[in-house]
Design a protein around this ligand. Structure first.
Ligand SMILES: *[C@@H]1O[C@H](CO)[C@@H](O)[C@H](O)[C@H]1NC(C)=O
Ligand SMILES: *[C@@H]1O[C@H](CO)[C@@H](O)[C@H](O)[C@H]1NC(C)=O
Ligand SMILES: *[C@@H]1O[C@H](CO)[C@@H](O)[C@H](O)[C@H]1NC(C)=O
Length: 477
């Protein structure tokens, strides 16, 4: 008998007797889905303003304004800063549903990165000290439909391509390369020919990714990172002042005491690596507030803590990145069952971000844990000396194709690692994605590319409405 995959592969060109029913079923399914339609006009302006104002209420008007100015830089930076709008749009347009995609399945729910765009992936060192290229931000992670991550990265490819004056034909080709790698890696992992434990390193990556890893490994050092943020005074490492480094600010006595007091619970009961309970290692040297970081999370309360590290020598000190966590943007759009599956298995949202990190990344940072102080829950990770992000300036068909392929690979690895039945994930996400897409990958690629171009148009429209709203002082109210 003709195998289903072979049948579907041939279906497009060869409507043989055996293949005809499947081909007809497929094209019917494809025609039934509702493509994303762009919203515009004054109702859209109002929707954008109310979405941004409610999403940024908690950080207050001054930091909100700073974030809006950062979002004002480009359509892509607007997209990075407005994840809440993306989820609201996908909900309002029923995009992630059987009517929005013929690749929707209610069981296709890995841990999501949750805000997967071209710059939420970069280099850092894992717990084995290897410089890897992988997903690097888990604030927005939750368990949900895999299409959310696939679609958001695909839309970001459109924005990056347009920033670099690429044609829609070339951009579509790049989106398809991303989906192609995602599906192929999922399929290889399902069939056991490759492993989701593989990490992307200098030896198996190419193009700008491999350049980024090689540069980070060669020119970044712990000393360089420590010297960027701190100085050694009487053999004790101390954070720079705001005048010395504008990304830092002094903490007040209340904050210093609260953070110092929260350390013991963090390293004795939330750290799970071999560092757990190591009082000397985690001895606090200094604490500072971290300013100006990120786009989406700009304005969120964040601190840096210098700890002693392996020896009392100031050269092996470590910097902990301590970040306030709340509900991720996808949260309001999940079923109560999906919410409960994670909520009942985590202590709080900082623990949720940490559990997501461990689920999605192989050999995750061994400083991961969380702290509770001043009525907030803060995730804790080490600030990697090898943290670098891609520069997408000047990409063309060839270089963006290379990047898109490796983004697809990294996402497939992350999703495939994160399953296993806990938190509402399926036993095997790779098997589900394989059965959804096997033999019909071209249809899937086309659907993702259609969405990405449409949503890229939505973001361009939104970006001009946003600029007008900013000029008219309608934001941060
Ligand atoms: C989504 O729909 C709700 C309810 O109709 C509406 O209030 C909101 O403004 C819509 N959001 C967007 C971004 O269109
Ligand atoms: C937003 O960016 C545009 C284009 O650079 C600029 O003209 C405008 O003044 C900026 N808006 C604000 C509020 O700075
Ligand atoms: C210290 O910082 C905390 C947290 O930002 C703030 O709530 C508090 O008002 C500050 N205390 C003083 C005395 O400035």
């Amino acid at each position: 008998m003709t195998s289903p995959s072979r049948c579907a592969a041939l279906a497009v060109v060869l409507l043989s007797a055996a293949c005809a029913p499947m081909a007809a079923g497929l094209s019917a399914r494809r025609m039934l889905i509702t493509l994303y339609s762009v919203s515009s006009g004054s109702a859209r302006t109002t929707a954008i303003q109310s979405n941004l104002n409610s999403a940024n209420k908690a950080i207050g008007p001054t930091l909100c304004r700073q974030k809006m100015l950062q979002m004002n830089v480009s359509a892509f930076s607007f997209f990075r800063g407005s994840n809440e709008l993306y989820y609201q749009d996908l909900k309002n347009k029923s995009t992630i549903s059987a009517t929005g995609s013929s690749f929707y399945s209610a069981t296709a729910t890995p841990w999501l990165q949750g805000d997967f765009h071209a710059l939420n992936i970069g280099t850092y060192d894992n717990d084995a000290g290897t410089v890897i290229f992988d997903l690097n931000d888990f604030d927005e992670s939750f368990v949900g439909n895999f299409l959310y991550d696939v679609y958001r990265l695909a839309a970001s490819i459109v924005l990056v391509g347009r920033e670099n004056s690429m044609t829609d034909t070339d951009i579509r080709s790049c989106v398809k390369s991303f989906v192609n790698f995602y599906c192929d890696k999922m399929s290889g992992i399902k069939q056991g020919t490759i492993s989701d434990s593989t990490v992307l390193t200098a030896s198996n990556t190419y193009g700008r990714v491999d350049d980024l890893i090689i540069n980070a490994a060669a020119s970044d050092t712990r000393k360089k990172m420590l010297d960027k943020y701190s100085t050694v005074v009487n053999s004790k490492r101390t954070f720079m002042t705001n005048a010395q480094n504008p990304d830092l600010d002094a903490v007040n006595a209340t904050e210093r005491t609260a953070i110092t007091n929260a350390m013991t619970a963090y390293f004795t009961s939330t750290v799970t690596s071999s560092l757990k309970g190591n009082t000397a290692y985690f001895a606090v040297q200094d604490v500072a507030r971290r300013l100006n970081a990120g786009t989406g999370s700009l304005g969120k309360s964040r601190y840096y803590v210098i700890i002693q590290g392996a020896t009392s020598d100031a050269s092996d000190d470590r910097i902990l990145d301590v970040k306030l966590q709340g509900k991720p943007s996808v949260y309001p759009y999940l079923t109560s069952t999906a919410k409960a599956a994670v909520d009942n298995a985590v202590a709080n949202d900082a623990d949720r971000a940490v559990k997501a990190y461990k689920a999605l990344i192989k050999g995750a940072d061994n400083h991961l844990g969380y702290m509770s102080f001043l009525s907030g829950f803060y995730s804790v990770r080490e600030r990697s000396p090898f943290k670098e992000s891609l520069d997408t300036t000047g990409v063309d068909l060839s270089s963006l194709t290379n990047l898109a392929e490796q983004w697809g690979w990294a996402l497939a690895n992350a999703h495939a690692r994160s399953d296993g039945g806990l938190y509402g994930t399926p036993a095997s996400i790779e098997s589900i994605v394989y059965s959804l897409t096997n033999g019909v990958q071209d249809t899937f690629k086309t659907q993702v590319a259609d969405f990405a171009i449409a949503y890229g148009n939505q973001v361009s429209t939104d970006f001009s409405l946003f600029r007008a709203s900013l000029a008219g002082n309608k934001l941060c109210l």
